[in-house]
Design a protein around this ligand. Structure first.
Ligand SMILES: Nc1ncnc2c1ncn2[C@@H]1O[C@H](COP(=O)(O)OP(=O)(O)OP(=O)(O)O)[C@@H](O)[C@H]1O
Length: 242
């Protein structure tokens, strides 16, 4: 399947700190690649390079073959970004937020379509009409997913979107991601949740100190084996696999 997201020898240094060393990876439509790694491993840097928020020191981040920095006008509409805390206008309802962000992306959907999108994420009609300042984190993440769907993005970049979600909300979130994968979206997610990475991911990458040290098919391991592998990588010095 053709790659929607592709990192080619992607490297980023901040002064003398090499945050990312020559990363090669691809994420195709219908794939969820989960990036695991300790704090400072380079996961957020990778996402920011795809978003074009950072320029690589070497190599390139490509979105459907376009350079994420030089051709950002082409790549930005293809991407949806879901951070740890989805920022919504607190005085607007979930429905009004969705309407606002959808219009910003140049699309116009009527109220019935917007409500249906929110309902598909599991947000009730009553909650869709409540002001976002009263939303739980899980509810905000659902609106974030609805915004991504309404924008018709081809790829989703998620940076620790489940941290702080209770198990039921995290489970709902994984179900939503799986349905987006089944619709052909390419999903790259940074997470510290080994168990859910194994559950929802089609592939798992382990990063350490800016290097991709392991890239495996999620079906190859169970959660306990993945945790053992992860801890073994964290404990030793090693070169990159990519
Ligand atoms: N804007 C910046 N300026 C300077 N250094 C930065 C900047 N952003 C990231 N770094 C450094 O780059 C390295 C990788 O950071 P990054 O945020 O990508 O890690 P991470 O894997 O996302 O970590 P976490 O799990 O804590 O979110 C770290 O050493 C970090 O201090």
């Amino acid at each position: 399947m053709p790659a929607i997201l592709e990192a080619r020898q992607l490297s980023k240094s901040f002064g003398s700190n090499r945050a990312l060393h020559s990363l090669d990876l691809t994420v195709g439509g219908g794939e969820i690649l989960c990036l695991l790694g300790a704090n400072g491993a380079g996961k957020t840097t990778t996402i920011n390079l795809f978003l074009g928020f950072l320029s690589p020191t070497d190599g390139a981040a490509l979105v459907s073959g376009h350079d994420a920095v030089r051709e950002r006008h082409l790549t930005a509409p293809k991407l949806a970004y879901i951070p740890e805390q989805v920022a919504l206008y607190p005085q607007l309802s979930g429905l009004e937020n969705l309407d606002h962000f959808t219009r910003l992306s140049g699309r116009r959907l009527d109220q019935t379509e917007l409500l249906a999108m929110l309902e598909r994420t599991g947000l009730s009609q009553a909650d869709a009409h409540r002001r976002a300042h009263a939303y739980s984190k899980g509810m905000r993440q659902k609106v974030g997913i609805a915004i991504a769907v309404a924008r018709n993005a081809e790829a989703l970049l998620l940076d620790e979107p489940m941290s702080g979600l209770d198990p039921a909300a995290a489970n709902d979130f994984c179900t939503l991601l799986s349905s987006l994968k089944d619709q052909g979206k390419a999903i790259l997610m940074a997470t510290h949740d080994i168990f859910r990475a194994r559950l929802v991911g089609t592939r798992i990458g382990i990063m350490k100190a800016g290097r991709l040290v392991e890239l495996l098919d999620a079906k190859q391991v169970d959660a306990a084996e993945l945790e053992t592998l992860y801890l073994a990588h964290m404990a030793k010095e090693e070169p990159a696999v990519s």
